[in-house]
Design a protein around this ligand. Structure first.
Ligand code: HEM
Length: 117
């Protein structure tokens, strides 16, 4: 079970890379005011949800203790990210502030995941 949990933790990290990588591909466009939420960012956000839920299930099945409040906050932050990326996916120009909110929220979730014990 430990190996399986580690594998999904790595996939959880791959989701972060895909989500932030999708953002980085748009930085130049963002500075020109033409950034858009790419399908890559939506896939990354969905990967975070899928791997996160599986990690909860695997840890529970392995009788590992989890901080439910922390996970609920992380889920709420991810729902906001997913909502933004999904609702605005067809818009050809997303406002710079709104676009920057996504990587900022990802960083917030990384800090919650690592600093909240
Ligand atoms: C943008 C969204 C997310 C980010 C950036 C993120 C980030 C992270 C990071 C960095 C870790 C490793 C923490 C450590 O080992 O110290 C982690 C672990 C974990 N994440 Fe996420 N996560 C996100 C969303 C979610 C969601 C939505 C869930 C499920 C509801 C979830 C469930 C878990 C679980 C179960 C672990 C392993 C146990 C723990 O550290 O609590 N994550 N996440």
């Amino acid at each position: 079970m430990d190996v399986l949990i580690s594998v999904f933790l790595v996939l959880h990290f791959v989701g972060i890379v895909v989500l932030l990588g999708g953002y980085l591909t748009q930085v130049k466009a963002m500075n020109q005011g033409t950034a858009r939420f790419s399908p890559l960012m939506l896939r990354g956000a969905l990967a975070m949800l899928g791997t996160g839920v599986l990690l909860v299930a695997l840890n529970k099945a392995d009788d590992q203790s989890l901080n439910s409040v922390k996970l609920a906050v992380k889920l709420a932050v991810l729902v906001v990210i997913l909502g933004l990326v999904y609702v605005k996916r067809d818009e050809e120009r997303v406002d710079k502030a709104l676009f920057s909110a996504v990587p900022a929220l990802v960083v917030v979730n990384i800090l919650i995941a690592t600093l909240w014990s």
